[in-house]
Design a protein around this ligand. Structure first.
Ligand code: AMP
Ligand code: ZN
Length: 474
């Protein structure tokens, strides 16, 4: 059996350097990372969830390996789309975006995402955004235009384009003089100065704030730079989003942050390839834009969706079909059956001798090697076949490894089929054993006291004729 290692250095491909790197916290203690969050003007679709689920698996893998994390994911609650759709819904921007944020949180819970430690919204950070623009203007990296907007001057940042490797396309920043884009989204061929502050327009309704450049609102790219500065400082461990964010969003974030804060920024870039549906882009007009709610209406669970989303490597294309959900259902049932068979072979009270992954070590290693989720899933099935011949402590340890791996992937099986109670801390086991002994010797008071102590720690005893079972309410 492979030697146990809960904490090998996790390696991950970096978009900027195009090579794998070890993920180790810069500050030596906490891995601090930022994910661009949803724009809350409608329900998130399963493409968005491919990105959020893979970010979640990254975090869970780090945490399972013993690394503490600080996860920041923003909410984009002011932009062209949120303003436009709040107006057509006849709601204030705040009410409108609050409603969609709530719906997003419900979906996140269903699909098993851990809550980010900090979830800042753009509207709550207007002063920070204005301050950052002011610094950029002061340092001559930005300029105000006649319409009250402020633009970032990309010719003032010679390394512009390095994340998306624009240099390979004969980038000529000189050509961008006097070209600017007031839209948050544009193509590489329209490289131009981008907007940091949008001067107030009639369409904006009540949604404007006062700034040194007049009334207006922040551009989309700026919000992430300002919130990163607020919560993670000048340098942090990793930045992430779907591949569509590499250009221009993340490119612009680098430019703003490095120019305003004087260097640093993200040590590592993690981008997730887009999900395709039925071989093409998801769009409302093609009728193939699915939300978790749409799929629930067709009888599929969010956990089945999660299983499909982690079924391909994050740097490979994943083509979503309804058939793949049926496959996920079968796979989850097989996992549950395998776990049940393993649990059935373990006598109540069996100790776990080693805290490793046992036959699931290969699966664990796959996760730590560029977050290879499909290889990890394959490794779980191989591990279950290997564990079929195990008994006693070895089987108990294997089941503990299986459960730990499932937690890293964020997969939950129906509670009734997995005997998760097998992972019993030594001090709990010692209390339970002492209580069983007291009970056998009819020392009822002592036995009751020990039972209460166990209950206080969330453990409950079910007595049988010849022994006991421990159950956790965790
Ligand atoms: P948005 O709500 O559009 O700002 O997107 C939220 C996150 O989902 C971003 O990281 C996007 O890059 C990502 N995303 C959008 N569409 C897809 C897709 N089809 N597949 C994977 N990720 C996506
Ligand atoms: Zn962002």
């Amino acid at each position: 059996m492979a030697t146990a290692s809960l904490n090998p250095a996790m390696r991950l491909f970096d978009t900027l350097t195009r090579t794998d790197h070890d993920l180790r916290p810069i500050d030596g203690s906490t891995f601090r990372f930022y994910c661009c969050g949803p724009t809350v003007y409608g329900p998130a679709h399963i493409g968005n969830f491919r990105t959020f689920v893979l970010q979640d698996v990254l975090r869970r893998t780090l945490e399972t390996g013993g690394t503490r994390t600080l996860h920041v994911r923003n909410i984009t609650d002011v932009d062209d789309k949120t303003i436009r759709d709040s107006q057509s819904a006849g709601k204030s921007l705040k009410d409108f975006t609050n409603d969609w944020t709530e719906k997003f949180h419900e979906d996140c819970e269903k699909i098993g995402l851990l809550q980010p430690h900090i979830e800042p919204g753009a509207v709550d950070h207007i002063p920070q955004q204005i301050a950052m623009i002011a610094t950029l203007v002061e340092k001559c990296h930005a300029y105000a235009s006649d319409d009250g907007s402020v633009y970032f001057k990309i010719a003032s940042f010679p390394s512009y384009g390095r994340l998306s490797h624009l240099e390979e396309r004969e980038l000529d920043l000189g050509k961008t003089q006097n070209t600017r884009s007031n839209s948050d989204e544009y193509e590489k061929d329209n490289l131009s100065d981008f907007v940091l502050w949008k001067g107030r327009k009639a369409d904006d309704g009540d949604n404007f704030w006062l700034s040194p450049w007049g009334e207006g609102r922040p551009g989309w790219h700026l919000e992430c730079s300002a919130m990163i500065q607020e919560y993670l400082g000048n340098s942090f461990d990793l930045h992430s989003g779907g591949v569509d964010l590499v250009f221009p969003h993340h490119e612009n974030e680098i430019a703003q942050s490095e120019c305003a804060c004087g260097g640093g920024f993200a040590a590592h870039w993690f981008h997730i390839t887009h999900l395709l549906v039925d071989g093409g882009k998801m769009s409302k007009s093609r009728g193939n834009l699915y939300t978790l709610g749409d799929l629930a209406a067709l009888g599929y669970t969010a956990m089945e969706v999660r299983y499909v989303l982690i079924g391909a490597h994050y740097r490979k294309q994943l083509n979503f079909t309804l058939d793949s959900l049926s496959g996920a259902r079968e796979a989850l049932a097989k996992l549950a059956k395998g776990a049940r068979q393993l649990a059935a072979k373990i006598e109540p009270g069996t100790r776990i001798s080693v805290a490793d992954f046992g036959p699931f070590q290969v699966a664990w290693d796959s996760l730590n090697h560029d977050l290879n989720t499909p290889a990890a899933l394959g490794g779980i099935f191989t591990g279950l076949r290997e564990a079929a011949n195990m008994t006693g402590e070895e089987a108990a340890s294997a089941l503990a490894g299986f459960n730990r791996l499932l937690r890293a992937l964020g997969i939950t099986l129906p509670a009734e089929v997995v005997n998760d109670t097998i992972i019993i801390p030594d001090h709990v086991r010692a209390l339970a054993e002492a209580r069983w002994e007291a009970r056998s010797m009819k020392k009822w008071q002592e036995s009751d006291t020990l039972r209460d102590q166990l209950a206080e720690q969330g453990w409950f005893i079910k007595d049988g004729k010849d022994g006991y079972e421990l159950e956790s309410n965790a």
